[in-house]
Write a protein that binds this ligand. Structure first.
Ligand code: CMP
Length: 138
């Protein structure tokens, strides 16, 4: 069993597609074991994306991620990291496969609607960043 962190980013929340994204998770038998809506501070977004601190898009990305509320979820299942990444599609929506969340909804490489952890190590860090053990229902 694996766990991963999913975030519906401010663009996804603002456009009213929280339900659509959750429906895709449920249709694909991905189990949600924790969920909350919150608005990150700049410092929280910088901490979350600390691995990207040297990247030219860091400032813009952390501004975007604090521009409105997000929905954070913990997903659980066999191979769920890879399975959710397939559902999301490529970071750059122009390269994302047909039928993926980013292909269908993203408008920009940065405003790409959703985030998902990219490895078990990253998932452990990211889940702990957003949720404590009392908030995870499994
Ligand atoms: P995410 O999967 O959350 O991981 C890092 C984020 O940085 C990514 O989604 C995009 O929102 C953003 N990002 C990645 N590459 C670029 C880029 N080349 N330009 C702007 N933003 C980017």
């Amino acid at each position: 069993m694996e766990r991963t962190l999913s975030i519906i980013k401010p663009d996804g929340v603002a456009r009213g597609i929280i339900g659509e994204i959750i429906k895709r998770l449920e249709d694909n038998k991905i189990k949600i074991i924790a969920m909350k809506m919150l608005r990150m501070t700049k410092a929280q977004a910088e901490g979350f994306y600390a691995v990207h601190i040297e990247r030219p898009f860091f400032e813009s990305l952390t501004d975007f991620m604090t521009s409105g509320p997000v929905v954070a979820m913990v997903l659980e299942g066999e191979n769920v990291i890879e399975k959710y990444r397939e559902l999301m599609g490529a970071t750059d929506y122009k390269e994302a496969a047909e039928g993926t969340i980013r292909k269908d909804f993203a408008t920009d490489i940065e405003k790409n609607v959703v985030h998902g952890s990219d490895s078990p190590e990253t998932a452990a860090f990211e889940i702990g960043y957003f949720f404590n053990s009392f908030e995870i229902t499994d």
